[in-house]
Design a protein around this ligand. Structure first.
Ligand code: PLP
Length: 432
């Protein structure tokens, strides 16, 4: 049932906290899911095969594994409690995908994975590589020459383009990134400086994807990385979810029936947060509760899930303008591939006004000296919402209200380290 009250709030750009009425116990839905645990493990194995190559060409990685740390953010928690006059029960931590090597955002997980998978498929098909080789040979000129015969294309609001552009250019592919009007100038400039062709559109993200797809289809040597539909992208993100298990274990953080994990993920088209949530569910099942965060001006996934219409509805149909400072989340129409997977797996979605992205940005900088891009702050409203009446309702329904002191809240910081200093200063000033 779609609450008409919430629909009206969405239309009038009010922040909402929507609890998914279709949310189901993970064991009851796992057999109906389109990708298996083995598929995620396979993706993880492929990334390991590439580790010697990545280590060689991106010296900033540790052992060629592209991963980010997790930071405790106790001061930020205290600041949020003070600013919002609420009690955040449990522990607050931050997953630092802003620090992911190479492309500094969550989109590096899927984007880089799909580029590598494509390169591997081509090289194996042409008898240049076997999965038993040491993949550091891929850095040799003969491979670069080979890959230069192929094109990779992608439509992006910015960060996916960055991750694909940077990795593809290193491998030797020719790359074309189709970018929407919301994409920040510095992201376009950075890509061009890496030798990537950037085509700009005066329309939004969905149009950039559509154009890219069309142009790629007309060339048999071109591969289109489809942010709306790609299983490979999704699996790349899902590996990020799997790896949380070891990280939390090392930090001494328990996740079990008595110690729930709540994860708050900024959402654009849905692939990044959807894939991560998917991986997390395979690890923790019903003990992890995943929420997406979207700007009040671009609640695409929220509308898709609430109405069950997925990509048959856009924010425009709701009279919303899809204009937000959170460029990575400026998506008007959600992925139906991801939406259908999330239908029973996602606990809920909340929206956040742009002004709060900035106040969180500045607070996090002041309290923790962590600097994120605006999109990456969207999840911070999650722990605040969870302390509200609706949050308590959710906890009671899940039978964990009496365990809320044991909750670990994890906000997923989805990007930021590549933002130029002058622009970050401007963001900080705005938040102040
Ligand atoms: C910083 C940042 N956070 C979150 C997202 C959302 O990812 P997705 O569009 O896959 O939902 C993006 C997308 O580009 C992003 O750039």
């Amino acid at each position: 049932m779609v609450g008409s009250n919430q629909m009206n709030q969405i239309k009038s750009l009010k922040e909402v906290f929507w609890l998914n009425p279709n949310y189901s116990s993970f064991p009851s839905i796992v057999n109906d899911l389109p990708l298996s645990y083995e598929d995620i493990l396979e993706a993880e194995k492929r990334l390991k095969r590439f580790a010697p190559f990545i280590e060689k060409i991106f010296t900033e990685t540790v052992d060629g594994i592209i991963e980010s740390p997790i930071s405790p953010i106790d001061s930020m928690k205290a600041k949020m409690e003070k600013d919002y006059g609420c009690k955040i029960y449990g522990n607050l931590i931050l997953k630092r995908d802003d620090l992911l090597p190479i492309a500094g955002s969550i989109k590096a997980r899927g984007g880089i994975y799909e580029v590598l998978k494509h390169a591997e498929t081509l090289a194996i098909k042409n008898n240049l590589l076997s999965i038993y080789d040491n993949y550091s040979i891929l850095a040799k000129d003969r491979f670069k020459d080979f890959f230069s015969n192929y094109i990779i294309q992608v439509g992006s609001t910015g960060n996916l383009g960055l991750s694909i552009g940077i990795m593809s250019a290193k491998i030797g592919f020719k790359v074309i990134v189709h970018m929407s009007q919301d994409a920040k100038k510095w992201k376009k400039d950075l890509l061009r400086s890496k030798g990537v062709e950037v085509i700009e559109y005066s329309s939004d993200y969905s149009k950039a994807v559509e154009e890219g797809r069309k142009q790629s289809e007309s060339n048999p040597n071109s591969h289109f990385i489809d942010d709306e539909n790609s299983k490979a992208l999704f699996l790349g993100y899902a590996v990020g979810g799997l790896r949380i298990k070891e990280q939390l274990k090392r930090m001494g953080i328990i996740v079990d029936e008595d110690h729930p994990l709540f994860v708050y993920l900024p959402c654009g088209v849905g692939g990044g947060p959807g894939g991560v949530a998917y991986g997390l569910k395979f690890i923790y099942g019903d003990n992890v509760h995943c929420f997406f965060a979207e700007p009040t001006h671009s609640p695409a996934m929220l509308l898709g899930l609430m109405t069950g219409l997925h990509d048959k509805i856009s924010v425009d149909d709701f009279g919303l303008d899809n204009i937000t400072e959170a460029d990575g989340l400026a998506v008007g129409r959600p992925s139906s591939f991801v939406g259908k997977i999330m239908d029973k797996l996602l606990s809920g979605i909340f929206t956040i006004g742009d002004n709060k992205l900035y106040t969180f940005l500045t607070a996090l900088a002041n309290e923790e000296e962590i600097f994120l891009e605006p999109s990456a702050l969207a999840g911070f409203l999650g722990p605040v919402f969870l302390s509200s009446e609706e949050g308590e309702e959710y906890l009671a329904k899940q039978d964990i209200l009496n365990k809320r002191d044991n909750i670990t809240h994890m906000c997923w910081a989805t990007g930021g380290s590549l933002v130029p200093e002058s622009i970050m200063k401007e963001y900080y000033r705005k938040g102040k």
